[in-house]
Design a protein around this ligand. Structure first.
Ligand SMILES: [Zn+2]
Length: 144
């Protein structure tokens, strides 16, 4: 399984989906905004370590997550874990929780529609709250 996952990741990287290089922007829920091109997805780690994704239009108006296709890979020291999402109301919520610990990378692969090009976002999982901006550290907007 691990090998298969590894191959899938390499395949995803090889298809030319470059990692997005954007300034940190936080959304209305203090999560990290991921630019999906026209739409924005807000990555938020809930208290129970599940991930919820809210979708907004370019003006940050909430949209139901109807066409978005999102998966994530937690690159925890204990190994890579693929995380899938399911629709809950207007949100996409992870079916599994993030592995224990923090400081590791979470790679989110997202596209706004099934036919869109996949965008990869690398998020360093730092869960403490930044004292200056009040956001979780992975969505800290200070000095950026
Ligand atoms: Zn901050």
């Amino acid at each position: 399984m691990k090998t298969l996952l590894h191959i899938l990741i390499i395949a995803a990287l090889a298809t030319g989906s470059a990692f997005a290089d954007t300034k940190v922007k936080a959304g209305p829920r203090k999560g990290l905004l991921l630019d999906l091109g026209g739409k924005q997805a807000e990555f938020l780690v809930e208290k129970d370590r599940s991930i919820s994704i809210a979708v907004y239009d370019a003006a940050l108006k909430a949209q139901p997550a109807t066409t978005e296709v999102i998966t994530a890979t937690a690159e925890a020291p204990s190994g890579k874990t693929k995380i899938e999402f399911e629709k809950k109301g207007d949100l996409l919520v992870s079916k599994t929780k993030l592995p224990e610990g923090e400081g590791y990378q979470v790679v989110v692969q997202a596209k706004s529609t099934p036919d869109a090009k996949t965008k990869n976002f690398r998020i360093k999982l730092e869960l403490h709250t930044c004292k200056e901006c009040g956001n979780p550290e992975y969505a800290c907007t200070c000095d950026e």
